[in-house]
Ligand binder design. Structure first.
Ligand SMILES: Nc1ncnc2c1ncn2[C@@H]1O[C@H](COP(=O)(O)OP(=O)(O)O)[C@@H](O)[C@H]1O
Ligand SMILES: [Mg+2]
Length: 319
């Protein structure tokens, strides 16, 4: 297998929170990301799923170099993205770009679509007819017309606006695209169109995706590998088949049961229960079903992510 394009090694992000509680003023530590490791191969789609607040966006921002890790290393093509020898901002922009849940976050309401696509190109020394051609081609790739490039963000529907957000992320031809809940704000009827577009673009440009969603159904059809997060930690990670057809952690099974298509969910759930964890290694048991919410200000319980197959890890707790 070729060398990974992105490697995240034991990433920890903690936020010091100062505030005035009932016990008076003091500093507390919020555990946002705890010991997350994964790698991304070129052309692959790795999905990070888990409920709101589990640390997905903090992981995404760390990959983008927008959040300094408290501990751990993130390497792009083998080179650390922070610290001495880190790539410049310009180089980073060509390495990875991000698509946000709300495209308004990355679009200036007073700029036409053409102007907002021209801006990153200009920063990278591309202007004039070359820029115009690239913008027109990019608009076509995301299903918009050159004429629409002369309009302002408020003149578009939510789905079209996300197409613009995607065009803006892709205009510099990055190698990695981090998609943070790219369809969560859209009407259910529009979601499949955007997912299909993302898949087409991935193929057309040979992109590597880190796709983030709180909803497993969104990533089901495009993930090669899945990483399930629960309160700052990975609880299960593996290839598509391992996660969807052989889920071992109770929390993963809960997410699969929450997939809206009732027939499909039923079939999967049945399959999942048939295979309920064979036999955990001696001295270990599977962690709780996740119904008790840990306190984000307490360090997560130390437990081990154990290999249970060639491309399948599950977090266990000592019995
Ligand atoms: N800049 C920040 N300062 C303090 N706490 C933060 C900051 N960013 C995120 N958090 C906290 O970190 C945890 C993880 O947040 P986040 O990564 O946004 O989760 P998700 O994207 O999975 O919903 C949450 O408890 C959130 O409130
Ligand atoms: Mg988030």
């Amino acid at each position: 297998m070729s060398a990974p394009i992105l490697e995240v090694d034991d990433l920890h992000v903690r936020f010091p929170i100062s505030g005035r509680g009932i016990l008076g003023a003091g500093k507390r530590t919020l555990y946002a990301v705890t010991g997350v490791s994964f790698s991304l191969a070129k052309g692959e789609c790795l999905s990070i799923v888990g409920e709101s607040g589990c640390g997905k966006s903090t992981t995404a921002l760390s990959i983008m170099g927008l959040q300094e890790p408290t501990e751990g290393t993130i390497r792009f093509r083998g080179k650390p993205i922070t610290g001495p020898g880190a790539p410049s901002r310009m180089a980073r922009a060509k390495a990875a770009q991000m698509v946000f849940q709300d495209p308004y976050a990355s679009l200036n309401p007073r700029q036409t679509v053409n102007a907002s696509l021209a801006q990153p190109l200009k920063l990278h020394g591309i202007a004039g007819s070359e820029a115009t051609d690239r913008i027109a081609a990019m608009l076509r790739s995301v299903g918009l017309t050159a004429e629409q490039g002369r309009r302002y963000p408020h003149e578009f529907s939510g789905g079209q606006r996300q197409r613009i957000g995607i065009a803006r992320a892709l205009i510099l031809e990055p190698e990695i695209v981090v998609l943070d809940e790219p369809v969560s704000a859209l009407d259910v009827s529009i979601r499949a169109q955007i997912i299909n577009l993302l898949q087409d673009l991935q193929e057309q440009f040979g992109l590597s995706y880190v796709m983030i969603s709180h909803d497993l159904s969104v990533v089901e059809h495009m993930s090669d590998r899945v990483l399930v997060m629960f309160f700052s930690q990975i609880v299960e990670q593996g290839g598509w088949g391992e996660i969807f057809e052989n889920p071992q952690h109770p929390y993963t099974r809960r997410l699969i049961d929450a997939i809206p298509d009732p027939d499909a969910a039923l079939g999967r759930a049945r399959k999942a229960t048939e295979k309920v964890h064979p036999v955990p290694p001696p001295g270990w048991r599977f962690s709780s079903d996740g119904s008790v919410a840990p306190d984000v200000f307490s360090p997560p319980e130390a437990s081990e992510l154990v290999d249970i197959g060639p491309d399948h890890k599950v977090r266990l707790l000592r019995a």
